[in-house]
Design a protein around this ligand. Structure first.
Ligand code: AMP
Length: 216
């Protein structure tokens, strides 16, 4: 199963990709997570990425393309993968196509999770994450059992710096400027399946499963 999850920040693609990856036994590859780890660990990629991420801008294509190509070369991705947050524009989509042509084979499906902007801003403002294990909570929709602490490992939850409202508006603009073109790109190739991300979380998972049914 070679699948891309597409959609604006806050659409719930990370949550859905993590669920489906668990159900289907394939790795969930989030470029946002990979880049945040690189920043924390101060790797060369992290040092290049940090300024762009803090502003809510995209990290340069060549940096992200290389990161993804290296990750897809690892053996666990041979069985399939769910990409979340990549590609972000048609140039990255073409880079991905080239990497896959050399390795796993073409994409099976692209899941487009769409949500309106006001809902996205509201969702992102309430988002809190565990800096240790990466689990994501939401103050209203998915509160941790103990306020402020991760259910899985007990670490104090934090808000991502780029989840602050002004940066979120910039990220949404970047999304509309770049990523929306990808919807057309994959639609033209007959790969796109749309899912309404405004629905409750379990219903979204059902809808995603329905889109993936033919790709399983
Ligand atoms: P995300 O967690 O997917 O919202 O990504 C957080 C930030 O990481 C984005 O605002 C970008 O700065 C950077 N990023 C993640 N994926 C990509 C990508 N495919 N291309 C460029 N930048 C990315």
């Amino acid at each position: 199963m070679r699948v891309v999850f597409l959609g604006p920040p806050g659409a719930g693609k990370g949550t859905q990709a993590a669920r489906i990856a668990g159900l289907r036994g394939v790795p969930h590859l989030s470029t946002g997570e990979m880049l945040r780890r690189a920043v924390r660990e101060r790797t060369p990629v992290g040092l290049q990425a940090k300024g762009h991420m803090d502003r809510g801008a995209l990290v340069p294509d060549d940096v992200v393309d290389r990161l993804v190509a290296e990750r897809l070369a690892q053996s666990d991705a041979g069985r399939g993968f769910l990409l979340d947050g990549y590609p972000r524009n048609p140039a990255q989509a073409r880079a991905l196509e080239q990497v896959l042509a050399r390795r796993q084979g073409a994409l099976d499906r692209v899941v487009y999770v769409h949500v309106d902007d006001d809902t996205l801003v509201e969702r992102i403002a309430g988002r809190r994450g565990c800096p240790k294990c990466g689990t994501v909570f939401h103050l209203a929709a998915r509160p941790p059992r103990k306020a402020g602490l991760c259910d899985d490992c007990g670490t104090a939850l934090v808000q991502r710096a780029d989840d602050a409202e002004t940066v979120v508006r910039d990220r949404l603009k970047v999304y509309h400027d770049n990523t929306a073109a990808l919807v057309r790109y994959y639609e033209e190739r007959g790969l796109l399946g749309r899912v309404d991300g405004n629905l409750p979380i379990d219903e979204v998972t059902h809808a995603v499963e329905a889109v993936l049914g033919s790709a399983a």
